[in-house]
Ligand binder design. Structure first.
Ligand code: UD1
Length: 377
């Protein structure tokens, strides 16, 4: 079969790596299209290198812009590539603008589309990612879902059950397969850090970092953290912190905060494995923290990763300074208690195998987008 994957943002490079390896191993032709949503070396090429993903067959170089510009430009350029390549199936990953553009471009050309990491819902339509998830899932033919709860979300929305398949979490497969390599990273020594002596933080959601008051509240809440915070900083956040002068305004003790450039995958994984706990507003990191058995404080009011709340590793702190401080102190307690957190079913190293098996064994999706020849009343 000829399968075309659309990727564009950092977490999607992690997700496509095991799928690419499995599809090629089975002799399928796998075309990788990079939309160019992420373009800085640290946000893009470094991931392809460390995860041994082949150079993308196409780079659409869409770059940054408004959601409308980004999604629309990707859609136009993807339409040309997909029409030219005529794949049997398009695969999209996660919830970014590249995900939505990939789904739209594919089904508009009547080519079936499979969504890897389908079915997650935060039920917060003010998040651009939630809009991307809901629309992409509505128009896709195959839904590879990470958990049973994600499958239930889709069933409630009336999605065809034949196409819903609990494959497990693809990011978990990538993490487990790369842990040995990550362990060889010398990043702790390079940053002069001891295991469990620091908090690892990421922060980049537009609703948090593009709003000066909210960003200030977050750093106020973080200001009493008893151990230093290591913060590999997304370019978007770096720009906002400078523009809003947030750290100066809240008078943040800079001895307790180390801001560094975004890190390549293996270094980040090593830091995540060795940290005391994680503070983040990312979706993927909530899951990775669960897999690595680390407490996680999530700087959001809602999460699509409800399995991390159910497991007990993750707690939502929103952006209220007092609640952030309280959750940080709970994370310190959890760390010392050595609590263990159960993983959902199928979060293992075989997710890409299940996805490839499903694609090969089924053919219902091949005919869904064929126009009917006649009416039957
Ligand atoms: C995107 C995804 C988000 C995902 C995140 C992972 C959407 C709507 N959001 O958010 O779900 O969690 O990727 O990292 O698709 N920038 C650079 N260099 C880069 C990339 C971005 O400087 O390589 C800056 C630009 O100023 C840009 C801003 O970051 O305007 C935002 O980038 P964008 O791709 O629009 O969204 P992310 O915040 O990265």
């Amino acid at each position: 079969m000829k399968i075309l994957s659309v990727v564009g943002a950092r977490p999607q490079f992690v997700k496509v790596a095991p799928v690419d390896e499995e599809l090629r191993k089975r002799g399928h032709e796998h075309v990788i299209v990079h939309t160019g949503q992420h373009y800085d070396y640290e946000m893009s090429k470094a991931f392809f290198e460390q995860l041994s993903i082949p150079e993308p067959d196409y780079n659409l170089e869409v770059g940054s812009g408004t959601h409308a510009y980004q999604t629309g430009t990707m859609l136009a350029r993807l339409g040309e590539v997909i029409a030219e390549e005529e794949p049997d199936l398009v695969l999209i990953y996660g919830d970014t603008n590249s995900t939505l553009a990939g789904a739209l471009a594919s089904v508009k050309l009547l080519i079936p589309c499979g969504h890897v990491e389908a079915g997650y819902r935060s039920f917060d339509m003010t998040m651009p990612e939630e809009v991307n998830r809901v629309v992409a899932d509505r128009i896709c033919q195959i839904h590879f879902v990470p958990t049973k709860e994600a499958a239930e979300n889709l069933i409630k929305e009336g999605i065809n059950e034949e196409g819903i398949f609990v494959s497990g979490d693809i990011m978990t497969e990538a993490l487990l397969k790369n842990l040995d390599k990550a362990n060889e990273s010398d990043i702790l020594a390079r940053l002069s850090l001891e295991p469990e002596s620091y908090v690892l933080m990421t922060l980049h959601r537009q609703e948090n970092v593009d709003n000066p008051e909210r960003l200030e509240r977050i750093f106020r809440g973080l200001s009493g953290t008893p151990i230093p915070i290591l913060f590999p900083c997304h370019p978007r956040t770096e720009k906002r912190l400078e523009e809003f002068k947030t750290l100066e305004k809240v008078n943040f003790n800079r001895d307790m905060l180390k801001i560094i450039r975004p890190l390549p995958y293996l270094d980040f994984l090593k830091l995540e494995k060795e940290c005391a706990f994680v503070v983040s507003d990312s979706g993927g990191i909530q899951s990775e923290a669960l897999v690595l058995q680390k407490p996680c404080v999530t700087l959001r009011y809602r999460t699509e990763k409800i399995e991390t709340l159910q497991a007990g590793s993750n707690e939502l702190a929103g952006t209220d300074p007092d609640l952030i401080a309280e959750k940080i102190s709970r994370a310190m307690d959890k760390l010392s208690s050595g609590q263990k957190y159960p993983l959902p079913e199928f979060w293992d190293e075989n997710v890409s195998k299940r996805i490839a098996d499903f694609i090969e064994k089924n053919d219902f999706y091949k005919n869904i987008l064929v126009a009917p020849e006649s009416f039957t009343l």
